[in-house]
Design a protein around this ligand. Structure first.
Ligand code: SAH
Length: 219
């Protein structure tokens, strides 16, 4: 009980920090961040730090993203009830769960290249009874052609350029967000209009783990 109270207080402090720094502005995104407990998405060793505004190590040398960055990406994506979303890079599943909350009757597809993380994220989502998410072990560079088009696509790992298949799998009027570049990255928001891709937003100064190739290769 004491731990829960602790988490709740830390969450309130985190929300204040994110609002003051301009990373959290949208009420719906705020309610998603309140509803999806980040402490359920981190390993025991870093539970104490779950409500710090920092990325944290999960496993396979990967990290759960920084809360303010998850908030910004989610806000830019302007998610609506009922949408179909593709996420590349499931990691812990925290961002996935936030998306799942916002789409409600819609669906989130999320691709992760490490089987261990696929299992970790599935377990985390199951604990919360989330059932509008499908996590797939694979190479996110390829997307999921058979489930396309997607209303929104989010890439949660740094890439040199947006993989072509993902642009193809974006719906007309759809939005795609990705960190682009080597180090640090710029967060870019793209929109597909009349089969053309236009850049809507571009903001430098982000750091993500890299988007890699084939499945489960580097040990
Ligand atoms: N948003 C997640 C963190 C993502 S870290 C969270 O908050 O927990 C980026 C993730 O992308 C890592 O789990 C990494 O394994 C995965 N990844 C990297 N390259 C990939 C690829 N080609 N296909 C699928 N997943 C990939």
């Amino acid at each position: 009980m004491k731990t829960n109270k602790n988490h709740q207080q830390k969450l309130e402090d985190l929300i204040i920090i994110m609002k003051k720094s301009g990373f959290l502005n949208d009420e719906k995104v705020e309610s998603a961040i309140r509803k999806i407990p980040r402490n359920e998405f981190v390993p025991m060793s870093v539970k104490e730090k779950a409500y710090e505004n920092a990325p944290l190590s999960i496993m396979k040398n990967q990290t759960i993203s920084q809360p303010s960055v998850v908030s910004r990406m989610t806000e830019w994506l302007d998610i609506r009830e009922g949408q179909k979303i593709l996420e590349v890079g499931t990691g812990s599943g925290w961002q996935t769960a936030i998306l799942s909350y916002l789409v409600g009757s819609g669906k989130v597809y999320s691709i992760e290249r490490h089987s261990e993380l696929v299992e970790f994220a599935k377990k985390n989502l199951d604990k919360l009874g989330i059932n509008n998410v499908k996590i797939i072990l694979g190479d996110g560079n390829l997307g999921i052609p058979e489930e396309s088009p997607f209303d929104r696509i989010i890439i949660t790992a740094a890439c040199k350029k947006v993989p072509e298949p993902l642009l193809e799998q974006l719906s007309e009027g759809g939005l795609l967000i990705a960190p682009i570049g080597k180090y640090p990255q710029s967060l870019i928001l793209l929109k597909k209009i009349s089969q053309e891709i236009i850049e809507v937003k571009n903001q430098p100064g982000y750091v993500f783990v890299p988007l890699l190739g084939k499945i489960d290769e580097e040990k």
